[in-house]
Structures are given as C-alpha cells and as structure tokens.
Design a protein around this ligand. Structure first.
Ligand code: CA
Length: 186
C-alpha cells in the first residue's frame, strides 16, 4: 500500500486504520506472540510496581459502566481500570504494552490462575453468586491486586476507583487471582 500523497489526510486515515487493525490482530493472536523477551526478576518486579502505580493514579476516578472496547480515562469501569493499569504499567516499564481484552472473562483467559498473588495480578470476585457457575463466565467484578491484602478497583457501588480489601470488606471471602503478566512474558 503506497499512496501517492503520503502526507494527505487520506493517508493519515489509512495509517490510523492500519494501526487499529494491527492492534486488534495483536489482541486476537496468542498472548505469547507479541510478548517481549523473557524478563529478569528485577524487571518483572518493576513491571508489577508500574502496574500498581498506574492503578493508584486512577484512585478517585468516577465509575462509568462501559461496553466493548469503549474505555476512556476520565471515567472507568472495573475491566477498563485493569486495561489501563496493565497497558500503561507494562508500557512504561518495558516499552511494550500488554493489551487486555475488554471483558472480564477475556481478561481471565489471557492469564493464569494463581493462589499466591503478587502485586500486579488481577483479582476477580463473584459478587452475584446466583448468576451461574463461579469460574468460567460468571465472575462479576475485578480489580488490580496491590499486595498486603489490598486491591484497587473501579467500584460501582461507591461510584469511583478506590482501595478495597481483597474480601471487599468481608463480603467476598474467596476471591480468584489471575496472573496476566508472567504468561505474557513480563
Ligand atoms: Ca456471579
């Protein structure tokens, strides 16, 4: 594709469309295909800290339910906060951003479940136990685990991004943790 006028508005649109298609293709490809080279332990810790720092930067941001790929920065829902924290954190620490899927189960599928969570892992809650099976499609809420029994989540009930305990104040005693960083090469 070699347009005659590379500085035309048309060409810029073509570039934008190509970039969007490439980004989407990257999301749809196997996670490892776009991953950076295996990182050192120190780098991995730096990535995790960067993810946590990004999540903290969103504290107080108003909650807004989003659908599909719509995900702004002025208002976020729970999956949207995860996407920002993981993308911005990984990009800042390594130069290569990890794009998470827009929906909760898609994010779970990009990672690996763990019982020994580390900061930067994602946490998932089954806040409505009556809407189906627990693991595999009916988890309802998510956030970023930041260590020491704490998470940061875009909380619909409080209308903002806030600190929460991993049990959501004792109401969710058995959350699920998913590591999306290590399986994707970070
Ligand atoms: Ca549920």
């Amino acid at each position: 594709m070699l347009p005659a006028h590379p500085r035309s508005r048309h060409w810029r649109r073509v570039l934008a469309a190509t970039a969007s298609a490439a980004a989407l293709a990257g999301v749809l490809a196997a996670p490892a295909s776009a991953a950076p080279a295996p990182s050192t332990e120190a780098t991995a810790a730096g990535v995790r800290q960067a993810v946590v720092n990004t999540a903290k930067a969103y504290l107080g941001t108003p909650y807004k339910l989003e659908y599909g790929w719509t995900c702004g920065t002025a208002r976020v829902d729970c999956e949207c906060l995860n996407r920002h924290a993981i993308w911005d954190g990984t990009k800042k620490a390594t130069g290569h951003g990890l794009q998470l899927n827009y929906w909760l189960q898609g994010q779970i599928n990009q990672g690996r479940r763990t019982d020994n969570p580390r900061p930067g892992d994602l946490i998932f809650w089954d806040t409505d136990p009556n809407d189906g099976i627990r693991y595999g499609g009916d988890l309802d809420h998510t956030g970023v685990y930041i260590g020491n029994g704490q998470a940061i989540d875009a909380n619909a009930y409080h209308g903002r991004v806030k600190y929460d305990t991993v049990t959501l104040g004792g109401t969710e005693r058995d959350p699920i943790y998913v590591d999306v960083l290590t399986p994707n090469g970070y």
